[in-house]
Design a protein around this ligand. Structure first.
Ligand SMILES: [Zn+2]
Length: 62
């Protein structure tokens, strides 16, 4: 069985992915978030010096 997770909120998506109209996102909300990120990256000129720079605000609540 394939375990599908929403790429935005990591929510598990049980059942068939065909049941999700917003696949690969769990909801329309996550789809909007992804779209917003995409547009944000398109309209904003990325700073090559800070690309993939490690963010020091990582919170490992493990
Ligand atoms: Zn989601």
């Amino acid at each position: 069985m394939n375990k599908v997770q929403c790429p935005i909120c990591d929510a598990a998506m049980p059942g068939n992915w065909q049941e999700y109209p917003d696949y690969p996102f769990c909801t329309a909300r996550c789809r909007k978030i992804d779209l917003g990120r995409w547009l944000d990256g398109k309209y904003r000129v990325p700073d090559p010096t800070s690309a993939d720079a490690p963010v020091s605000s990582q919170d490992d609540a493990d």
